[in-house]
Design a protein. Structure first.
Lengths: 401, 397
């Protein structure tokens, strides 16, 4: 394993000043009477957050805390057809014996970032005695956080998977397991399919994208699905999926067709970026009590990101134009699903039978799209259960001394 | 003679200063190599336009020209369940005998400026050519009209505003012309207020319901071979569905969220609108001044740029089934090759009592701006002596 290059977040004063000046010039829109959240983020919320960002929010304090809690590094990773990109990541080894390497892919989650590993990191690396431990690598994928952005067209989920895999190998983790949510779910699926079982030994996700069984090509499964009644949780989840389809996918449509056009707004307007991101932080979580500081640190990472906020949205475009290839990624390694009630997409369990070698499925009563942030103990609990002694994926990684 | 309240565009210096300061602080994104227009508006275009907007573009000159060319007014119009709103409009009567009243309705990202080129042609035509009294309003929430304050101000309310404005100006009988949202709105005006008040409807954006809901129509569609123009048009419609409707869906679901960006970032607003000015026109040679005047109207609009997008939302949640607003008065369609939606002719038979259909070789979504002579020609043909909609409006002496 080659030496690691430490990284410290250190946003230049000039960037903070520009943000401050822009915040001071914020021009806010009107709002309809009694609009609530119907038309998008309420004006009162944006006003309050912009004021706080301008007057009281302390980025330097947040920056120092992130640097103190998250050991960060950068590394050059070469991607087929795409040159070499400088990738930012969090890496913490565990002192516990039997710890296994885990690649956490939420750093590319939109609008998430590497920050999402913050709460689960200590739990995974320093667990109670006799509990499964993990060496954690949280990759900041190209175009997000402090990773360099791709320069060429075509940097999609498959390229992201290649980055994650090559990073693990370069850190000496020849065998590892993966955990992913949002885009990370698709990316870790690709990692498991392409690099397992040789390197990627197991896959866990909290966002279960599935297709219904084909009525002809998969007739028996289809029949099984048709006759299996849906649970209460499945029904609520599917209603949520429909709601997302009807009223929640505007950002998705724009970013998957014209990411550059919306990108001018997101790069230039702090209030605009704030609203765009905050809408999801609220609507995708399970009544999580966001503090203004939490929200602003989250949004600031986007604002101060190495390539700016625009590059993150391009993954939607690249995914759309590469869609036809992704269906062929079959996962043959141990797979674990965690279902959180406020996740965006919910497929009936009957659809998951053929998604992989499913060894664990856990239904939760609490939590949404940002599970690692909202209910870290639940997500960690599922990982410990899956990979710990007696668990269905225990021992998949040959432990090194 | 109806008393009107004249209006002059006079954007305060403080607004111009704020725009200037914001432009100076513009932070641009990166761009991928060799992307052209694939991912959205190219960086080079936005940079060039922002730089010119900041250094060189003269709003006050543009403002003076608009005031000189377009006689503008405001009027309070009461809308059922929505209170009273101040509506900005352009109004020019023709001196030519036999002139008929016409209301011209814009859409998004259009505005009242779209009447600029056709106004002199319609009001002061050559000898022995049909003339028109023209009213071009700024829809509530657009241009210099007040924006709605309550939820539920959709196309039907817009139609009510247009109709009441015409009545208030003494035009008890009139005809309508519209494109984009203006097409839907003028269709509703014609359906709701014709044939008593509205005598005919003309549009350049033909948006019929899918024939699948009517078996007879659907069968007719299936057996009628498509012309080349129809085939090209459907391909373009499909392409729009695949890659061009992000803005539509965002504005139809979260207009407030995107609104924060459009209100706060000149570069953001510029890109959002310019994307459509460029992609929906037929190689129209936009000058930077034209683009910036168009977008400045949005930037300096009375209620700000956010209110305009809410029309998409209100249309989506409206419980009224707009396909039931069938027009029973004389209807004219103009088909321009680069229009964003182009249905086969068999789909649109039932939108109205079609008396004229003209297929053009040139022009796109903003026909009145791109090819004003073609649009005006179609109107003169339809309403002039010998035309299929001649003499419908009882002309006052």
């Amino acid at each position: 394993m080659t030496a690691e290059t430490p990284f410290t977040i250190a946003i230049p004063d000039s960037e903070l000043e520009l943000l401050q000046r822009k915040l001071e010039l914020t021009r806010l829109p009107d709002e309809l009477e009694d609009a609530g959240w119907d038309y998008g983020v309420p004006l009162a919320d944006v006003r309050r957050l912009v004021d706080h960002w301008k007057s009281n929010y302390d980025w330097r304090k947040a920056e120092a805390e992130l640097n103190a809690e998250l050991p960060q590094f950068t590394r050059d990773i070469e991607v087929d057809g795409h040159d070499t990109l400088n990738v930012h990541y969090v890496h913490k080894k565990s002192d516990a014996s039997g710890a296994i390497p885990l690649l956490f892919v939420h750093g590319c989650k939109w609008p998430g970032s590497f920050i999402e590993v913050r709460k689960i990191l200590p739990m995974l690396t320093s667990p109670p005695e006799d509990t499964q431990a993990f060496h954690v690598v949280a990759v900041g994928l190209p175009g997000y956080g402090f990773s360099e952005a791709p320069h060429k067209k075509g940097f999609g989920p498959a390229q992201m998977a290649e980055v994650g895999h090559k990073l693990m190998l370069s850190l000496g983790y020849d065998q590892y397991v993966t955990q992913g949510g949002d885009w990370g779910a698709l990316i870790t699926r690709i990692i498991a399919a392409r690099y397992g079982p040789t390197h990627a030994k197991a896959w866990h996700t909290n966002v279960v994208f599935l297709r219904p069984p084909h009525p002809i090509w998969n007739f028996l499964r289809f029949l099984q699905y048709m006759v299996t009644p849906l649970s209460q949780a499945e029904r609520r989840g599917m209603a949520r999926s429909l709601e997302f389809q009807e009223t929640g996918r505007g950002y998705y449509m724009e970013q998957s067709t014209k990411p550059q056009t919306i990108g001018y707004s997101l790069a230039d307007s702090p209030a605009g970026l704030l609203a765009w991101v905050y809408e999801k932080l609220v609507t995708w979580t399970d009544s999580y009590p966001w503090t203004d500081d939490e929200v602003l640190t989250w949004v600031s990472i986007y604002w101060f990101s190495r390539a700016g906020p625009t590059s993150a949205g391009r993954l939607y475009y690249e995914n759309r134009v590469s869609m036809e290839e992704l269906v062929k990624y079959n996962v043959r390694v141990h797979t674990g699903f965690s279902y959180f009630p406020k996740e965006l997409i919910r497929a009936p369990k009957a659809w998951s039978r053929d998604a992989g070698k499913i060894v664990q499925e856990v239904e939760h009563e609490k939590g949404g799209h940002f599970a690692a942030w909202e209910v870290p103990e639940l997500l960690v609990g599922d990982l410990r259960k899956m990979f710990g002694k007696g668990g269905p994926a225990h021992g998949v990684v040959e432990a090194k001394i | 003679m109806i008393a009107e309240t004249p209006f002059t565009i006079a954007i305060p210096d403080s607004e111009l200063e704020l725009l200037q300061r914001k432009l100076q602080l513009t932070r641009f994104p990166d761009e991928l190599e060799d992307v052209g227009w694939e991912y959205g508006v190219p960086l080079a275009d936005v940079r060039r336009l922002v730089d010119y907007w900041k250094d060189g573009y003269d709003w006050q000159k543009a403002e003076a020209a608009l005031n000189a060319e377009l006689p503008q007014f405001t009027r309070n119009i009461e809308v059922d369940g929505q209170g009273t709103l101040s509506v900005h409009y352009v109004h020019k009567k023709s001196d030519v005998p036999g002139a008929i009243p016409l209301i011209f309705v814009h859409g998004w990202p259009g505005n009242f400026i779209e009447v600029r080129k056709i106004l002199p042609m319609l009001t002061v035509p050559p000898k022995d050519t049909q003339a028109f009294h023209v009213v071009a309003l700024s829809l509530p929430g657009y241009g210099f009209s007040e924006a709605p304050h309550r939820k539920g101000f959709g196309p039907i309310q817009m139609a009510e505003v247009g109709h009441k404005l015409m009545l208030a100006l003494g035009y008890t009988q009139y005809v309508t012309q519209g494109g984009d949202w203006g097409s839907i709105i003028t269709q509703i005006i014609a359906a709701m207020y014709g044939p008593k008040h509205v005598k005919a409807w003309h549009t350049n954006t033909v948006i019929p319901p899918h024939p699948i809901w009517n078996l007879g129509r659907y069968l007719r569609y299936m057996v009628t071979p498509l012309s080349q123009a129809e085939r090209d048009g459907m391909e373009r419609s499909l392409e729009f569905q695949k890659t061009g409707q992000g803005y539509f869906i965002e504005q139809a679901t979260k207009p407030q969220t995107i609104g924060y960006s459009l209100t706060d970032s000149p570069a953001g607003l510029l890109a959002w609108i310019y994307e459509k000015l460029f992609t929906l026109t037929d190689s129209y040679p936009w000058t930077d001044d034209e683009i910036l005047t168009w977008i400045s109207i949005y930037w300096f609009s009375r209620a700000g740029p956010t209110s305009a997008g809410r029309l998409y939302y209100e249309n989506r949640v409206s419980t009224k089934d707009l396909s039931r607003y069938s027009v029973r008065v004389h209807t004219g369609f103009s088909y321009f090759p680069q229009e964003v939606i182009r249905p086969p002719k068999t789909w649109s038979r039932y939108l109205g009592k079609i008396v004229q259909e003209v297929e053009h070789e040139k022009g796109g979504h903003f026909a009145a701006w791109e090819v004003p002579e073609l649009l005006v020609d179609d109107l003169r043909k339809m309403f002039g002596k010998g035309g299929p909609a001649y003499g419908l409006v009882q002309v006052k002496a």
